[in-house]
Design a protein around this ligand. Sequence first.
Ligand code: NAG
Ligand code: NAG
Ligand code: NAG
Ligand code: NAG
Ligand code: NAG
Ligand code: NAG
Ligand code: NAG
Length: 471
Amino acid sequence: MVAFQVGILSPLLSLTSATALYSTYSFHPLEHLGGVAPYFEPQDPPTLPSAPQGCSAVRAAYLSRHAAIYANDYDYEAYIEPFVEKWENYTGIDWSKIPGLNFLAKWNPPISEAEQELLTRVGKLEATQLGVSLSFRYPGLRLPKRVWTSSAERTAKSAQALVRGFELDDNTINVVSIYESEEGGADNLTPYKACPAYSSSAGSDQFSAFLKVFAKPIVARLESLAPGFNFTAEDVYGMMELCGYESVIRGSSPFCDLDLFSPDEWLGWEYAADIMYHYNVGYGSDINGVIGLPWLKATADLLLKNDGSNEQDLYVSFTHRELPPTVLVAMGLFNNSAFGGTAGSINDTMPLGHINHRRAWKSSRILPFLGNIAVERLNCSGSYGFADGEYYRVLVNNSPQELPGCGDGPGTSCSRQGYEAYVQEREELFGGFSKKCGVDYDNSTDTLTIYTDPSVGNGTVVGKRSGSLWG
Ligand SMILES: *[C@@H]1O[C@H](CO)[C@@H](O)[C@H](O)[C@H]1NC(C)=O
Ligand SMILES: *[C@@H]1O[C@H](CO)[C@@H](O)[C@H](O)[C@H]1NC(C)=O
Ligand SMILES: *[C@@H]1O[C@H](CO)[C@@H](O)[C@H](O)[C@H]1NC(C)=O
Ligand SMILES: *[C@@H]1O[C@H](CO)[C@@H](O)[C@H](O)[C@H]1NC(C)=O
Ligand SMILES: *[C@@H]1O[C@H](CO)[C@@H](O)[C@H](O)[C@H]1NC(C)=O
Ligand SMILES: *[C@@H]1O[C@H](CO)[C@@H](O)[C@H](O)[C@H]1NC(C)=O
Ligand SMILES: *[C@@H]1O[C@H](CO)[C@@H](O)[C@H](O)[C@H]1NC(C)=O
């Protein structure tokens, strides 16, 4: 039996990993679950998160996906509910006698229709913990006055939970809700909803093609264990999704057991998700960089500004899973074609018949629950080999990333001139939101102004909530 371990290796185990006399293999399904992965920091790459020698952050902007929820409505309706209903309806199988699936004799489905899309306790805790982590990362920065969020309940509750971790006294930080308008142009935290050229179903055909490939042997294996259940590829996908959802609801899930699904099968699930995200929010569609650019541009303006007009040092915003990956495309990060993959098109890097294990685009590392992107402005002096001054740095889930063509500073950072030129170059590639999106309403805009536009208002305060801390 392969042990299932969540979290970090024990110190003893990591000491023994220097020897190859016995197997040190370990595998964590929760780190391969794409958009259903609980928050983790994948260290991809394992660059040091603290500021480079001689540098300290003087300003930063964060864009975060909401924290863990009970289930996304599409995931629930397409994969989880059909499996659960079939399991509930069909009495022809004595699950207690089936190895690997015997827990289904007594299992209770963790999600009801009413709870879908709401934050779980784990989700609230993850977001609160990010608030505390930010206070550790930026001890020298002023606490923010405002935190921004798109208007859905799960993003708003994530913002409130972060604020509860961040503020020391009640009612000192406001949450500003930005309406998820279909006519909002680029001026909100859900610009993909206002972009007709964006298709929320992009990637589903390619996903389905690979789903059949990876699920085929699993379906055959499960069917031989429990003949008559008529397992489908969608059932398999839903069962594996339940590993993630049940874990963030109950703290563990029997679906994560490596005796039920092997590591290679989890890698197949992960790749199917990565194919979908590649076309849906990644490099597989030309519109995605266009959707991500306004946040890159707006935060670059906030960070580069030198006129003393910044109301805050730290700008944190919450959105849904679609936006952060499009910002990464606008930035040029996790590009499978970078560093030499020039033969063929970007789509050839995500073949539909087998897994490209060497891809840079791994959704589990990009958009787990609470997945986040940070841009920091650093003040550096005495960084050996570099001039004193201002530098810029990007972190994804707390791993510093070197921007393509913008790495002339200490560590992974880039000089002010370099960053200005880089942002301008990305703008030339991906600017022009309204035109490229083909907006069909006449009051669109290409820029994100919520951080400086006074008409957006000051939002509402967040109390600590006496009684129930996480309520
Ligand atoms: C399960 O049974 C209910 C009620 O009889 C029915 O509406 C539903 O379609 C069934 N679901 C499946 C997947 O067979
Ligand atoms: C355009 O008008 C609609 C309807 O009044 C509004 O919801 C939307 O936010 C506006 N868009 C912009 C970019 O102001
Ligand atoms: C699987 O298919 C068989 C044959 O069509 C049918 O009798 C059985 O009820 C199906 N099982 C489920 C769980 O629907
Ligand atoms: C990748 O595939 C998508 C969907 O078929 C297509 O729209 C896009 O143009 C392709 N990209 C390239 C570079 O061929
Ligand atoms: C991805 O990398 C390739 C190769 O360097 C480059 O040609 C392409 O422009 C990059 N894509 C984006 C969106 O940055
Ligand atoms: C950054 O460094 C400059 C000198 O290089 C200094 O004038 C400025 O006050 C510093 N800013 C902060 C916020 O520490
Ligand atoms: C927001 O707060 C600032 C002070 O921090 C105040 O000047 C401004 O009038 C407030 N705006 C609104 C819309 O209440």
